[in-house]
Design a protein around this ligand. Structure first.
Ligand code: IMP
Ligand code: MG
Length: 173
């Protein structure tokens, strides 16, 4: 499998620091609850939270898309839920990539029903050409083309999450 670098490590780290600055500015004086969507966001989230300058609590959720196949169906099953109440709290959902937007749309709907004070979304990557539902992303790292992306947490069949850079698979079809 040939992987070509799309975004080198130094560029990712620089951008993640910029995102962390923007988040820290926007939430000055508040306590932020950062919610990472597993597994794809774990690398991004660990770099992001270490560059924040505000008190932060970290939580994770793991979602599975119903229906199988490679396309997300829009119906999500919660495989791992938050370990705390979120009523009245300021949430930042951290996601690796927004593709169709269906997963985040469902997640936001689910979390809003628990009455947090606010929910913002921070996605490292945005693939807008594939969007099926309109969704507001408050903080975006990079816009990417309609290619299969791997590395820095993102996988292809559970492979390549460990790559420190973001790449595209050349022969994914
Ligand atoms: P959505 O519901 O279509 O937006 O699905 C988003 C999820 O699909 C992401 O959180 C990723 O886990 C996965 N995904 C979408 N595009 C890619 C890609 O290019 N590479 C790796 N995973 C992807
Ligand atoms: Mg994901």
């Amino acid at each position: 499998m040939k992987i070509t670098t799309l975004i080198p490590e130094e560029e990712i780290l620089k951008r993640v620091k910029e995102l962390a600055c923007a988040v820290s500015d926007d939430y000055t004086g508040k306590e932020l609850l950062v919610v990472g969507v597993l597994k794809g966001s774990f690398v991004f989230m660990s770099d992001l939270v270490r560059s924040l300058s505000i008190p932060t609590r970290c939580e994770f959720m793991k979602l599975a898309s119903y229906g199988g196949g490679r396309e997300s169906s829009g119906k999500v099953r919660v495989d791992l839920d938050l370990s705390c109440e979120i009523k009245g709290k300021s949430l930042l959902i951290v996601e690796d990539i927004v593709d169709t937007g269906l997963t985040l749309n469902e997640l936001k709907r689910l979390l809003l029903s628990r009455q947090p004070e606010s929910i913002a979304i921070c996605a490292l990557l945005d693939k807008p050409s594939r969007r099926k539902v309109e969704i507001e992303i408050d903080y975006v790292g990079f816009e990417v083309p309609d290619r299969f992306i791997v590395g820095y947490g993102l996988d292809w069949d559970e492979q390549y999450r460990y790559l420190p850079y973001i790449g595209v698979i050349e022969d994914a079809g």
